[in-house]
Design a protein around this ligand. Structure first.
Ligand code: NI
Length: 164
């Protein structure tokens, strides 16, 4: 396994819209393992392929404390349910920034696993928030897009300064 490099906002590559995965082969499985390993090492609770500059619809999520409940979701689709709920979010591509974002309280997820088998489940709470956040990455969308322009500019300047 190997660790992948995570892109940081405002890198324009984070705006790429991911394509659906069509071939479920050993290379895909290998990539999924690396994505999960990179997420755990960061450490983080979610990582989208977009964030490691691979523009295919793949996300990894694990909100458990022991890092023992991974979900590797390929070509995910979400159905949103319930009320909106604002939880504090962060992102490995926007390091050190935490802001509340309004999300659906419950979701139904349909996806394939890395073997190409269909998976479908309901999620709520932190898992639901995390999957919605990672799903956004596949559309080229970041959680800072939900904030005011003023706030977003401040975050961009802060991260650009850190880079220098
Ligand atoms: Ni993120």
């Amino acid at each position: 396994m190997s660790l992948l490099e995570i892109l940081h906002y405002p890198d324009p590559r984070l705006r790429t819209v991911a394509a659906p995965v069509k071939i479920f082969d050993q290379a895909l499985k290998q990539f999924c393992d690396n994505l999960l390993e990179t997420m755990y090492a960061a450490p983080g609770i979610g990582l989208a392929a977009t964030q490691v500059n691979v523009h295919q619809q793949i996300i990894s999520v694990d909100v458990s404390e022991k890092q023992d409940s991974p979900h590797l979701l390929v070509n995910p689709t979400l159905t949103l349910h319930g009320a909106q709920y604002a939880g504090e979010e962060g992102c490995l591509s926007v390091p050190g920034i935490y802001e509340p974002v309004s999300r659906a309280e419950r979701i139904t997820v349909s996806a394939a696993n890395p073997l190409g088998e269909t998976v479908s489940f309901e999620a709520e709470g932190l898992l639901a928030i995390c999957i919605q956040h990672e799903y956004d990455h596949l559309q080229g969308k970041l959680f800072v897009d939900y904030l005011s322009g003023l706030k977003r500019n401040r975050i961009r300047k802060k991260l650009q300064k850190q880079k220098k």
